[in-house]
Ligand binder design. Structure first.
Ligand SMILES: [Zn+2]
Length: 271
């Protein structure tokens, strides 16, 4: 009798220990999962869309601002519509950054726009252009480069620009127009938050190509955690880019991709 009771007790004890173990393992798995996606349990990857070349009220400007998707608008300074485009983007609750014209290795001088940063300028002249640009493009929380394949390879030029970014608590996004860019290295030296473009979305009016590029961006985000795509208003994209974003957006959201700004990305990475 005594032995039977003990066996029963032993059996119950084993059952209890097993149940507790299963509960602990389950809790551990849940906890691990919640730390991987600590900021948003519905997201499997973040996409940041930067749209360049605002400031000229080029093709697709209104469509892009009306998308109701959190894009980052990169606005060229010293252009006829720099201030009005910046205001329109800001009023639509979109993130605004300064799209700084910088010297390319190849390309027409007029593509650079007024007061482009060329490598023959002094540090003081470079800084003056960045200060004036920031004054004009109100609400800018960061900077990225327009063209700039030559200037982003130049340590002295990048140091001058990034020092102004640091003074103003701005991040820098390297559009990566040169594989030999020193932007990330120089930004790290100065402790300026810096990000690099993963995919160029357009450079064409071909909506099928642009849609594929946005899907590719989504795939990179799902693998890497986040991905930065750059599109354009004006001749290099415009309305077809806005249309492609609008049509591809729901399928990416369904895959668990969340669209955020660079500021939100910095908050997520800090957590
Ligand atoms: Zn540009």
């Amino acid at each position: 009798m005594w032995i039977i009771v003990t066996r029963k007790r032993l059996f119950s004890l084993i059952l209890i220990i097993l149940s507790i173990s299963i509960l602990l393992v389950t809790l551990q798995v849940l906890f691990k999962h919640s730390t991987i996606v600590s900021t948003d349990s519905n997201s499997n990857g973040y996409v940041i869309l930067i749209i360049d070349d605002f400031g000229n009220h080029g093709d697709g400007t209104d469509e892009m601002i009306d998308l109701n998707i959190p894009i980052t608008t990169a606005i060229m300074p010293f252009m006829p519509h720099s201030l009005s485009d910046a205001k329109a983007a800001h009023n639509a609750n979109l993130e605004v950054i300064l799209h700084l014209p910088m010297e390319p290795n190849v390309g027409k001088k007029e593509w650079l726009g007024p007061r482009g940063i060329t490598c023959n300028l002094s540090d003081e002249d470079i800084k003056k252009i960045v200060y004036d640009g920031l004054n004009e493009v109100k609400y800018a929380v960061g900077i990225n480069n327009h063209m700039g394949s030559k200037a982003t390879q130049d340590k002295r030029v990048m140091k001058a620009i990034l020092e102004v970014a640091k003074e103003n608590n701005l991040f820098f996004v390297d559009s990566k127009t040169s594989p030999a860019s020193v932007v990330l290295e120089m930004a790290n030296n100065l402790n300026v938050p810096c990000f690099t473009r993963d995919v160029f979305l357009d450079g064409t009016k071909d909506i099928n190509h642009i849609s594929k590029q946005i899907l590719r961006l989504g795939d990179i985000a799902l693998k890497k955690g986040y991905a930065i795509g750059i599109g354009h208003v004006g001749v290099e994209g415009g309305k077809p880019t806005a249309k492609a974003i609008k049509s591809v957006y729901p399928s990416l959201v369904e895959k668990g991709v969340r669209f955020i700004t660079i500021t939100q990305l910095m908050e997520i990475l800090q957590d």
